[in-house]
Write a protein that binds this ligand. Structure first.
Ligand SMILES: [Mn+2]
Length: 718
């Protein structure tokens, strides 16, 4: 896939430009993603790297006088960032994004869209008279900083903290399903932030990270719905997402050609290598820009590519992107070598002699350090020439991968690194040893996180296992050996994964509670008279119910994986008929937008949503993503009814009658076979992977929208 993309890239035409730029019509955006603040924060050398680069990005935003900053997820590395991280990020945002600089982008969508439920302040910080915002920051969440937990305010993430404190405009939050049926009956609804500067109108469509399988399922089932202005072609539409782009396994990535052609530019977060220069997509009208991370979080090849952010300029339907190299990113070079091959070419290397090997490796590392330093110096000199300040050298990160196949004795790599203390940022892991195995030899590239990788693989060294195995694989193997009496292993291991990866201390308890409850329900529903049952009967029943639940859970979990082709056809039709739509023309009062005085529109909306009475239904409606709890889920039906009344003039949505080519892109067996039975399993894993949309179903407007959909489909397929 990456090869494909590579060759695609080579034949690409020159990147798009704006022909006649007028400052008053040009929206200037600082584009960045995956800042991973807090990465290695306890490391004495690299601990402040992520925050330093974030500061540089904010400084670049000020320097280039941008109208807004756009981030595509993983601002934080940890799901629960440390106090230190939060403190620094908030301080930096306050330092660089507040102030007297006049805001020139007018907000045309509802400032209350996505606001905190139960509070009066708007979702968009510069619409709040109590803040003096100079550069608004818009961000989606990533997989590292995604919403977790199920407190009274619903699932929350670090961006929610920054959002209620007015530092960031959090978009693309996707609510977790609280009702049991939700996950099945709903897809992902995307509401845009609509902005205008002069004659340029910009729609920002954010989709925070969703588990790959879930996203694939939603896309394939055409259940990702974008609410677009009626005159969507008059807008420049930017889609932000945070998903795998490079396939890591079946259906564990989002295909590049997956999106509607009403989109003009896709900003792809999550992938860490910098491919920021916009790449066209075969058969599509849009471009993809992948800024890449601003700090290397793994010592892999993609991370050694020079890091950039970009100045994105948009005017009308044209855009232009200028990559800006990041100067504070620690230089990182990596190399690999094969000792046996090396020894054949080089007489001074004696594989029988450990000292000889060590000496050889040291020379190689020395060369890499020199290379890294000269790269830094060159970058620095260039910047100084362009009028920037000189930065003092940073210790480089160096990684040498050594294939030790056939060599019996190697020095301890940690001890080896000690020699380079003070000259390297990562002395402890500068060397990594591996041995070629029959299995991996051919594939050459090592895929991290091989899900099926076992801890019992005898062909690997401990270090290799540690670097590649996933926590959940360990847990699953352990649990599988335990034979839990009541709980399913998969569900339990998912809960443990959430506990470990997301630091969610309640994940296991929640899972156990939910699973036991549904187990008890299942046993009670068995129909037998408890009086007549003896213990053996009970054991049998419990066993059966347990099996059923495990199967349901696993089915649900697999949802999205292609299965039998025979099955797919009939279920396919079913899903098409029920909820087939990605692109919905939604008239977000677009006709009003053309008028010079769009203020008319906002107050109107505000009165409709009753800005003065925050506890009323309006906030809940406007921000279904926030504060939706189990209790509230019961009310949602009622809310929806009211929504229909309020808003059918303004927004509409309906099932699309036929499949778009997105479905064709994902032609791989659409199976949705377990619609009905998956209820419980949904609940049991809600903390990890189920989502529901904002819960608007404008039934009244369905037919009208259907016509539009047909039009959109035509557009699509050419
Ligand atoms: Mn990510």
């Amino acid at each position: 896939m990456s090869d494909y993309a590579q060759s695609e890239h080579e034949v690409a035409p020159p990147p798009p430009t704006i022909r006649n730029a007028f400052a008053d019509d040009t929206i200037r955006i600082m584009l960045a993603t995956d800042n991973h603040i807090g990465y290695l924060e306890r490391d004495p050398i690299r601990g402040q790297d992520s925050i330093n680069t974030f500061r540089e990005i904010l400084q670049l935003a000020v320097k280039h006088d941008v109208d807004l900053i756009l981030l595509a997820g993983d601002l934080f590395h940890e799901n629960r960032p440390s106090r230190d991280c939060l403190y620094q990020v908030m301080a930096l945002l306050r330092e660089y994004t507040l102030g007297d600089r006049p805001i020139q982008i007018e907000l045309l969508s509802d400032a209350n869209d996505g606001k905190a439920s139960g509070y009066s302040f708007p979702a968009v910080n510069y619409e709040d008279p109590n803040f003096n915002v100079a550069i608004p920051v818009f961000s989606i969440h990533g997989n590292h900083d995604d919403p977790q937990g199920a407190g009274p305010e619903g699932a929350l993430c670090a961006l929610d903290m920054l959002s209620v404190s007015g530092m960031i405009n959090y978009m693309g939050k996707i609510d977790l399903p609280m009702g049991e049926g939700d996950a099945q009956n709903s897809g992902i609804a995307i509401r845009p932030v609509l902005l205008r500067k002069g004659n340029t109108r910009l729609g920002l469509y954010g989709v925070g990270n969703v588990k790959d399988q879930r996203m694939h399922f939603e896309l394939r089932s055409n259940r990702v719905r974008m609410f677009m202005p009626r005159d969507k072609d008059e807008w420049f539409n930017v889609l932000l997402l945070h998903q795998n782009r490079v396939p890591h396994g079946p259906q564990q990535s989002v295909p590049e050609g997956m999106f509607d052609d009403s989109i003009d530019l896709v900003v792809w977060g999550h992938e860490h290598d910098c491919r920021i220069v916009p790449e066209p997509v075969a058969g599509k009208k849009y471009y993809i820009t992948q800024p890449g991370s601003s700090v290397a979080t793994s010592l892999a090849e993609g991370e050694s590519v020079e890091k950039h952010v970009a100045l994105l300029k948009i005017q009308g339907k044209e855009f232009e992107l200028t990559p800006l190299p990041l100067r504070t990113v620690r230089p990182f070079v990596l190399d690999e070598m094969h000792l046996m091959e090396e020894a054949e070419l080089n007489e001074s290397l004696n594989l029988e002699d450990r000292h000889s090997i060590t000496k050889y490796l040291k020379n190689r590392v020395e060369a890499l350090i020199a290379k890294a330093n000269s790269e830094w110096d060159a970058r620095n000199a260039k910047a100084v020439k362009e009028g920037d300040d000189e930065l003092s050298r940073m210790l480089p990160i160096v990684r040498l991968k050594v294939d030790t196949t056939g060599v019996s004795e190697m020095q301890n790599p940690v001890r080896f690194g000690q020699e380079f203390q003070g000259r390297l940022a990562n002395p402890r892991d500068v060397l990594i040893f591996h041995r070629a195995r029959a299995a991996t030899r051919k594939g050459a590239k090592i895929v991290a996180d091989k899900p099926e990788l076992s801890i019992d693989d005898p062909g690997m060294t401990t270090a290799e296992k540690l670097s590649r195995v996933r926590v959940q694989t360990l847990v699953r193997e352990y649990l599988a050996a335990q034979e839990l009496q009541l709980l399913g292993e998969t569900g339990m291991s998912d809960a443990i994964e959430t506990f470990v990866d997301k630091d969610d201390v309640h994940a296991i308890q929640n899972h156990v509670n939910v699973a036991l409850k549904s187990l008890m329900k299942g046993v009670q529903a068995n129909g037998k008279n408890p009086e007549e049952m003896d213990e053996d009967d009970l054991d049998d029943i419990v066993g059966q119910v347990r099996e059923k639940h495990i199967k349901e859970y696993d089915d649900k979990r697999q949802e999205g994986r292609s299965k039998s082709k025979g099955k797919s056809k009939s279920t396919n039709e079913e899903s098409d008929a029920s909820m087939d739509s990605m692109m919905l023309d939604v008239d977000a009062a677009a006709s009003d937008f053309d008028e010079p005085d769009s203020d008319e529109q906002r107050p109107k909306k505000k009165s409709a949503t009753s800005a003065r009475a925050p506890a009323k239904k309006a906030p809940a409606k406007k921000a279904p993503a926030k504060g939706r709890s189990k209790k509230k889920a019961a009310d949602s039906e009622e809310e929806e009814e009211q929504d229909d009344d309020d808003e059918k003039e303004e927004e509409e949505e309906a099932p699309k009658p036929k499949r778009t080519n997105r479905a064709a892109v994902l032609r791989c067996a659409c199976q949705t076979s377990k619609k009905a039975p998956a209820k419980r399993s949904t609940t049991s894993k809600q903390s990890t992977l189920s989502f529901t949309p904002s819960g608007r179903t404008a039934r009244a407007a369905a037919s009208r929208a259907t016509k539009k959909m047909a039009k959109a489909v035509e557009l699509d397929s050419d």
